[in-house]
Design a protein around this ligand. Structure first.
Ligand code: ADP
Length: 329
């Protein structure tokens, strides 16, 4: 297992990682999630040994990593510009790390076949890299990273250059593959959907510190701060005092802020939300309304099925209790 204790990494005056503690268990898939500049890559690079900590300790299975150079840590890395060797075949690309380990030809051949079938590229060994699609190249890069059976696999925005639908598909495959390999993995992304689809545990970073850590379900059901709620894509973030003054449902446990999930509303003549529709956007399977309350609070409201209210109309809404999300400590 990996233990990070009091880790600080600075670049001149910039504190990229600020006294951070984190433990990653064997076989766990952890996602480092956060906006650009929050320190995700720096943390990953420090674990890899590519960045020297200003302070703090990194341990693997209890042993200090400080004196162990990058290539002896037994960690695998996969970046967005995964830089396959364009003039080598698929098999030769995947064999690279194994050759560096001076494995026998027979061993290499067998392992290359195994990992190629694991990533769904059985029979592709003799193909040229240039003849593969972007998604296939991604799989070759993944096969190359897992071939040497690293103790820890690290990914830095590996799907960043691909379009949304391909990313969505590959992330599901990747989750499956990592589960089967059983490798401990750290996955850097700024994309909340990707982190949630992939990770057992999400570490949300903000200015070099951990804002929140938990399973995707834990983060989703109880963001610990307004920053976390906004970063997870929640709208309708309201100070609980304002909500109480309006007679709206308050969160349990009671927290400083509350989110009213846009998809939990429905029209109801006795509902506690008295609002005026400001705008209405057709979204295929629903309408998105932007409404305002008497105190000026703006809310997004999803309306399905029935004729959506015209802008300018007043209406009353109720909210499914499960759509009241506590935000804060
Ligand atoms: P993220 O991966 O979340 O986008 P980074 O780890 O790349 O964040 O950066 C964290 C902070 O450290 C940012 O303020 C960034 O500008 C700074 N930083 C990162 N790398 C360097 C570097 N080589 N030199 C100076 N500042 C850096």
């Amino acid at each position: 297992m990996l233990e990070i204790e009091g880790l600080t990494v600075t670049y001149g005056d910039v504190v990229a990682i600020d006294n951070l503690d984190l433990t990653i268990e064997p076989g766990e898939i952890v996602s480092l999630l956060g906006p650009s500049g929050s320190g995700k890559s720096t943390l990953l690079r420090a674990v890899a040994g590519l960045e020297k900590p200003t302070a703090g300790i990194l341990r693997w299975n209890g042993g200090d990593l400080a004196a162990i150079p990058v290539h002896r840590r037994g960690f695998g890395l996969m970046f967005q510009d995964y830089a396959l060797f364009p003039h080598r075949t698929v098999a030769a690309n995947v064999a690279f790390g194994l050759e560096m380990m001076h494995k026998s030809r027979a061993e290499i051949g067998e392992r290359v076949d195994t990992v190629l079938s694991l990533v769904g590229l059985q029979g592709y060994g003799d193909r040229a890299i240039g003849h593969l699609s972007g998604g296939q190249q991604q799989r070759v890069a993944l096969a190359r990273a897992i071939a040497p059976a690293p103790r820890l696999l690290m990914f830095d925005e590996p799907l960043g250059s691909l379009d949304r639908s391909l990313r969505d598909r590959l992330v599901v495959e990747l989750h499956d593959i990592l589960d089967r390999v059983g490798a401990t993995s750290i996955y850097v992304t700024h994309d909340q959907q990707e982190a949630f689809a992939l990770a057992d545990r999400v570490v949300l970073l903000h200015d070099g510190r951990i804002e929140q850590v938990g399973s995707p379900e834990e983060l989703w059901s109880h963001p610990r701060s307004p920053f976390a709620a906004r970063f997870l894509g929640f709208r309708n973030l309201v100070p609980t005092g304002n909500a109480r003054a309006m007679g709206w449902p308050t969160p349990s446990p009671v927290t400083d802020h509350v989110v009213y999930r846009a998809d939990g509303f429905s029209p109801d003549d006795d509902g506690p939300f008295v609002v005026t529709t400001r705008s209405r956007t057709y979204r295929g399977d629903h309408h998105l309304l932007v409404v305002t309350a008497a105190d000026g609070t703006e809310l997004d409201v999803v309306v399905r099925g029935e004729p959506a209210p015209e802008p300018g109309r007043q209406l009353r809404l109720r909210l499914d209790p499960s759509a009241v999300v506590p935000v804060g400590e």
